[in-house]
Design a protein around this ligand. Sequence first.
Ligand SMILES: [Mn+2]
Length: 349
Amino acid sequence: MSIFSGLQPPEAFAEAALALGPAPLVACHNDADGLSAGAILVKTLQRLGTEPSTRIVGKGENAYSDAFLDELRGRAMTGLVVTDLGVSSRLPDLGLPTVLIDHHVPTGVPTHACVVSGIEDDPIPTSSLLAYRCAKAIGVETGDLLWLAAIGLIGDMADEDGFPEMEEARALGITALRKAVSLVNAPRRTASGDASAALGLLLKADGAKAVLSGAHAETAALLQAKEEVKAALDAARKIGPKVSAEVALIPFSSPCQIHPLVAQAWRTRIRDRIVIAANFGYREGWVHFAARTGEDRDLIAFLAEHRPPGAGEEYGNGHRLASGGALRLADWNHFVHAIGFGPELEAAA
Ligand SMILES: [Mn+2]
């Protein structure tokens, strides 16, 4: 029996898409999975005769914040599709047809939207794969969308999970697909966090090889983004962890979104503790952190247990083995004591 009611399979998109009107907005996350899901949905909605616009939700933003709601209210659009940005009952009710396509653990299921979720499937599909299955369910041409589904599957490390679509996509050239993922994932980690070149390239290119070829101007911008991130990561890799009973914490400061990469790198080296990479320099007034574990532990439950009183929507979401969040400085200081550290890991206000 499902613990979430109201979640739909991709087949539900066939009907929901037709209600979105002539000018829908596609809002997507800025990573490879979110961008490729966004690109699939834009192309699908175009094939239904609509003119979709796009909005990438990126650095320091949350699709369920009041600021984003205010922005949406000011936009001329006839419907809304939100993908790879989580599922929350805080989804704004704009009085417009709304579809969510997502694979994160819902923090609540909104009743005024069609929510296509893979959370109860085993294995859990990525947002890009859900978007591809949505396109299939509608019956539009999907032959040129399979590589985009694979970009998200590889980006979210679900390419070995046995999805038949991924096995089919291997014939397109796995090496080129992997390299394209690495490029598309780069800009969202830079100091600016602007992934518009990556989405532009996914919409223009006819496959992974075209992403890499340099035939499109965006490729140079993505290569530059990759260099910027690499330099930041090289610096952060030199910092060692501080250890409490349950947690190994790596503190550093960078405007780049490298905390997930730092946590991932230490996760393979520290097997008996939860790894938290804490970035004090990502955004003014906040500490952003990524949590990973090599143990069989539920990080969402761990973070909920130690949730500081002021934590918002951006805290403790994601997956059992890969979570994280962002906390204002006072809340971070509360949190860091709760997980067993002293004043040396507090953020200076
Ligand atoms: Mn994502």
